[in-house]
Design a protein around this ligand. Structure first.
Ligand SMILES: [Zn+2]
Length: 135
């Protein structure tokens, strides 16, 4: 049995990041369908989940390594893009909690000021305009 499986898997591409992601995605879709409890949602999510899962298996058993590798590379670059996009977004949200952003009335440059200091005099670092704001 193990031998048969080994010879079957010979030359096949196997699992990679993209196929793992697709499997998790299809599982999430099925869970969404279950949780919704609505027939139409279950039908749609399960339909998509089956297609996603089939594609994932197709990739694993594929013998076209070159194409599968290229797909995985594309996925990884997209993954990294979204990861950095979200971590940047979270960093900005965290920063907004601690700091206020004011626009200089003179030159419109953005100035970061720590929150919770009461009324303060802000001096623009670019044009030296002074203005008072509540932080
Ligand atoms: Zn200024």
């Amino acid at each position: 049995m193990k031998k048969k499986f080994m010879s079957f898997m010979q030359g096949r591409y196997g699992a990679d990041h993209l196929s793992n992601f697709l499997m998790v995605l299809s599982m999430i879709l099925m869970i969404i369908g279950f949780v919704s409890g609505k027939e139409i949602v279950i039908l749609v999510t399960f339909g998509i989940a089956v297609i996603v899962l089939a594609y994932s298996y197709f990739r694993i058993f594929s013998k076209n390594h070159y194409k599968r590798y290229a797909e995985n590379e594309k996925y990884l670059s997209m993954h990294n893009f979204f990861k950095s996009f979200f971590s940047k977004g979270i960093a900005i949200i965290k920063d907004r909690r601690k700091n206020h952003i004011y626009k200089c009335p003179g030159c419109k440059v953005k100035i970061r000021v720590p929150r919770g200091k009461g009324k303060i005099m802000i001096t623009c670092p670019k044009c030296k305009t002074e203005f008072i704001k509540k932080s």
